[in-house]
Design a protein around this ligand. Structure first.
Ligand code: NAD
Length: 425
């Protein structure tokens, strides 16, 4: 791993920012003359740390730490979600923002990369407290976000309601309703049809394309999914609809297996109702660690970073790994999977469906003209397939992994923009 040249983070080789730095180092040999700009990719443009104080329902005052990092805006405004999680750190948000830069360029959207987060467990807040945290955070980062500068969206533990509060707060502070300041909003507030399922759909589309090239028939293929939220549940549902069997599911409540394949609509309804999969009757509970031993053809990590460690990579039986989550595979594990002939579709293309439909939402908000769900899904499919084809060809050309190929395509676009714009002043 290259050493961080920044004084304010101290990444380890397996931490999110350390993982990102290694991924950048691997692409430098393929950047030609643009390599002289590569340090740009290893530094966020701007990082804002904010205090988020609120009065709790019981009258006490709580303080939460919040962040908004704008990694790179060479190709357009910053774009990236907001995560509410008690373990969020500045370093993690930096990595997530950098992955957004790469992802937006990989699918050729006119955006840079950004990300935000608050160190809070929203499950421990009342609705009133959650709204206060969201609004105060939005006001604090209001200095740097905006429809033309940086556009947040949902991520782990944030949703359409939180986006509605963010949009309202920003609009109140600026004196005009600005629907384009966030994406992932409810439909009647300028949200887009198809946005909620877009990330999972993109995971399915890239998985389908990869499987076709590998000669892996989706009908009867065994799928294991870690994380059964917005991304994991939708991706699993689409694979099941295509004839695959979802044989293992893990979420924060535990791990369930079903050799015949889960009834997906029933499991999704149960999980939505109960806040997790545990207790679903048509599944056998196994140890969380045993999830990585389950026999499967396709593995979808769709929870958090750093889940596929070197040790787990040695035992994964899947032929195809689809990174629904951001940063689920540490660099050493990536090498082990490659040596074992496991194809990894990297996060920066695999889960780009969400930001692609966020882009559609933003465009629709500016024109106040809304598309049908079919139009959205068709355009999403077209963009994802086009991007995947391009990246696949790059990988074949240089005999490199899909991850390095995606970084090569994306970093070239980012650094060409940087070079053409020139350094200010
Ligand atoms: P979510 O909050 O809807 O779901 C997260 C899921 O992960 C839940 O099922 C939760 O139970 C599970 N989980 C949490 N901790 C876990 C643990 N320790 N072990 C196993 N499971 C655990 O979040 P999401 O929006 O589905 O995001 C999941 C991943 O996808 C994140 O890495 C996120 O950054 C990435 N992502 C999301 C989007 C999007 O549009 N929502 C877009 C791109 C990438």
């Amino acid at each position: 791993m290259s050493k961080s040249s920044l004084s304010y983070v101290h990444p380890s080789p397996t931490s999110p920012w350390g993982t990102y730095l290694s991924q950048v180092d691997r692409v430098i040999p393929y950047l030609g003359h643009l390599a002289r700009w590569s340090e740009t990719l290893k530094r966020p443009k701007r990082a804002l740390i904010v205090d988020v104080p609120i009065e709790m329902d019981n009258g006490t005052i709580a303080h939460y730490e919040g962040y908004r990092v704008q990694h790179n805006m060479s190709r357009g405004p910053g774009k990236g979600g907001v995560r509410f999680h008690p373990d969020v750190t500045l370093e993690e948000v930096m990595a997530l923002s950098a992955w957004m830069t790469v992802k937006c360029a990989a699918v050729n959207l006119p955006y840079g990369g950004a990300k935000g987060g608050i160190r809070v467990d929203p499950k421990k807040l009342s609705r009133n407290e959650l709204e206060k945290v969201t609004r105060r955070y939005t006001s604090e980062i209001g200095l740097i976000i905006g429809p033309h500068s940086d556009i947040p969206a949902p991520d782990v533990n944030t949703n359409g309601q939180i986006m509605a509060w963010m949009m309202d707060t920003y609009s109140m502070n600026t004196g005009a309703t600005a629907t384009g300041v966030v994406t992932g909003k409810p439909i009647h507030l300028g949200g887009s049809l198809g946005r909620v399922k877009a990330t999972g759909r993109g995971v399915f589309v890239t998985g389908r394309e990869a499987a076709r090239r590998m000669g892996l028939d989706l009908r009867g293929a065994r799928v294991a999914v870690q994380g059964f939220g917005n991304v994991g549940s939708v991706a699993a549902e689409l694979f099941a609809e295509a004839g695959a069997k979802v044989v293992a599911v893990q979420d924060h409540t535990g791990t369930l297996v079903n050799d015949k394949g889960f009834d997906m609509p029933a499991l999704m309804a149960f999980s939505k109702d109960q806040g997790g999969i545990m207790g679903f009757k048509d599944g056998e509970q196994i140890d969380n660690d045993a999830f990585w031993d389950v026999k499967c053809d396709i593995l979808i990590p769709a929870a958090l970073e750093g889940q596929i460690t070197a040790e787990r990579a040695r035992k994964i039986s899947a032929r195809l790994v689809l990174e629904g989550a951001n940063g689920p595979t540490v660099p050493e594990a990536d090498d082990i999977l490659a040596e074992r002939g496991v194809l990894v579709v990297p996060d920066v293309i695999c889960n780009a469906g969400g930001v692609t439909v966020s882009y559609f939402e933003w465009v629709q908000d500016f024109s106040s003209f809304f598309w049908t769900e079919d139009e959205i899904n068709q355009r999403l499919d077209r963009i994802m397939v086009g991007a995947f084809d391009h990246i696949w060809a790059k990988g074949e050309q240089h005999k490199i992994s899909l991850r390095t190929a995606t970084y090569a395509v994306a970093c070239e676009r980012i650094l060409i923009a940087r070079e053409e714009r020139g350094l200010y002043p």
